[in-house]
Write a protein that binds this ligand. Sequence first.
Ligand code: AMP
Ligand code: MN
Ligand code: MN
Ligand code: MN
Length: 281
Amino acid sequence: MTAAVDLHLHSDFSDGRLPPAELVALVARCAVHTFALTDHDTVAGLPEAAVAAHQRGLRLIPGVELSVTWAGHELHLLALGIDPDHPALRDGLARQAAIRRERARRIADRLARAGIPGALEGARDRARAGHITRSHFARHLVESGHVADFGAAFHRYLGRGRPGHTRSRWVSLEEAIAWTRAAGGVAVLAHPHRYRLSGRWTRRLLEAFRAAGGEGLEVACGGGSAGAFAGNADHARRHDLEGSAGSDFHDPANPWIRPGRLTPLPPDITPVWHRWPGAAS
Ligand code: AMP
Ligand code: MN
Ligand code: MN
Ligand code: MN
């Protein structure tokens, strides 16, 4: 299936592989006409994406994917339709950047103790504008020959419980939703099926999310199973949340994930993009 709307895409301003202008060219080739750039904790790629989208007559929804901590869990929130220059959001992103920098140092220290020195420099060299994610460490581990592939980097070093993993205290779910709304955006919980929460904890999370002003759930995701999709749709209905759809595209070398390769939302779920006049259906 290909959809005309894709509200979750990464550029090389975070851990995507394409610069925003090349990402926008690919989005156009994939027949997507309304898209959100949602880099991890940064809006720095939006100006370049806006120029490219304008040139091609595409609709850019300005976004960012925020890492948040809720009840000890690390979750991802998509802030969509934001004013990236809003002071509350700017301040929040500055806090996130400081948390990311400090975390990158801790990851590198842990990797050094596991026998891999120099990982901070390795990750930094691969991160445009110095905005380091675990994906940059993973690329360093692959390219310096410590692991065979990206998956192994997470499995052996960077995933939970592994030698290079460290728990971070990101901003709270409530704060991130508050900045999103202050900046005129809508808060969407990203890829709800990936958190490995029990039914009970998922219910608690969605209640807390809604109580804090969260309004959308990413029902359709790139790479998700039919079962995950159906489960997400049920959560959206039960908690009266709008539905979003996003590929979480990072890398053109991944054959499974393409901009717009998404299952359509069930007709009874209100698409979050109904808010933006002119967005495709
Ligand atoms: P961070 O936000 O720094 O924790 O980095 C998280 C990013 O790493 C995610 O957005 C994914 O792009 C990537 N990632 C996380 N886990 C895996 C995995 N098991 N395999 C491949 N990529 C992963
Ligand atoms: Mn990522
Ligand atoms: Mn995510
Ligand atoms: Mn993402």
